[in-house]
Design a protein around this ligand. Structure first.
Ligand code: NCD
Ligand code: ZN
Length: 336
């Protein structure tokens, strides 16, 4: 059995920079037609020159593949209308991080007063630049996303024309918000569809499954699966694949981030197939994103066959999710 995916898109991806970029970019550019590239480099991407130069480095690293990097800026409450008007020519979204909440987010937002953000967000709304958000408070780890929900509601009400993308939702309460507010959209990762906190710390500690937001309860995973498998229009696939070297993960202070790129397409096929929903995968992995972001991706067809795939134990110094395990689907051309 085979299926064809048309122009798969990864709407939340960390490609890093320098050697890491050179090593990991191919895993995305070989099987996706494009990706939203997160701006949390050190230092973060905050100027148009940064965006252009980073895009060039990504193009260089993905040369020979059909792959469009959709660039983003790291949100600053100091961005004004004129800057944003120019930026719109080069970016597809602006990513807001609460300060210090995840890897490389130190320069993020600390004053969440709507009035403090109003100037930038009104300009973004008028210019139709989507706001992408890492939605977590600094509260108790299992409640961070739910607590952030109050802020999503405030934003959605204060800026009804602004497209707000709740990134990597991991909590069933976010699914409810999505249905309640017209201008809220979301990405869902592969890992939040597959694992719960039990997989991370319920047995032996699994550092390669540690990420922000942390995987949560069974009922959260169920709600995420239900909405993703249904092909719901306001949900897009965004892997949040976030590579860190093996030593940085298996460490005294392990870095947050799961490297899932090498398994994304086979594992999504397996999940959708197992649930009898393969017909909705095209919407989840491309069509919904095209509508939400109003983009026309490069044409690319990925053939995936129902055939065993042994996940590599390590990819260029980074341990992928499900390393050493067998999957039931594989991308055509992938070695066994
Ligand atoms: C991401 C990273 O490593 O850049 N880490 C993660 O755990 N997801 C940052 C992020 O998206 O939170
Ligand atoms: Zn991320």
């Amino acid at each position: 059995m085979k299926i064809v995916l048309k122009s798969p898109l990864d709407m939340h991806l960390h490609l890093r920079d320098a050697d890491m970029l050179k090593n990991v970019a191919k895993y995305s550019s070989s099987c996706f037609a494009g990706a939203i590239i997160m701006p949390n480099l050190v230092p973060p991407i905050t100027t148009i020159d940064d965006v252009k130069a980073y895009k060039n480095r990504i193009k260089e690293a993905t040369k020979g593949d059909i792959f469009e990097p959709y660039m983003t800026l790291f949100f600053k409450d100091s961005y004004d209308y004129d800057f944003l008007k120019e930026a719109k020519n080069f970016v597809k979204a602006i990513k807001l991080y609460p300060t210090g909440i995840t890897t490389n987010s130190e320069g993020g937002v600390s004053n969440f007063d709507i009035d403090n953000l109003r100037g930038t967000l009104e300009a973004m709304s008028e210019l139709e630049i989507p706001l992408s958000v890492h939605g977590e408070t600094d509260g108790f780890i299992l409640e961070r996303e739910q607590e952030f929900g109050k802020f999503y509601e405030k934003l959605a009400k204060a800026f009804p024309k602004l497209k707000i993308i709740m990134e990597h939702i991991s909590d069933r309460h976010s699914v409810e918000l999505l249905k309640e507010y017209e201008n809220l959209y979301a990405t869902i990762t592969l890992h939040h569809l597959l694992i719960t906190l039990d997989d991370v710390i319920g047995g032996s500690l699994k550092p390669h499954l540690f990420c922000k937001p942390i995987a949560k309860r069974y009922e959260d995973r169920e709600a995420l699966q239900e909405i993703a498998l249904s092909g719901y229009k306001k949900i897009m696939f965004g892997s949040d694949s976030a590579p860190h070297l093996k030593e940085k993960k298996e460490s005294f202070e392990g870095a947050a981030g799961i490297f899932s790129t090498p398994i994304l397409i086979p594992a999504l096929c397996e999940l959708f197939d197992k649930n009898g929903k393969l017909e909705n995968l095209q919407r989840f992995i491309s069509d919904n994103a095209k509508e939400i972001y109003d983009i026309e991706p490069l044409e690319k067809e990925i053939i995936v066959e129902k055939n065993e795939f042994l996940v590599p134990k390590i990819c260029d110094g980074v341990v992928p999710m499900l390393a050493g395990e067998k999957l039931l689907w594989r991308c055509q051309g992938e070695s066994q």
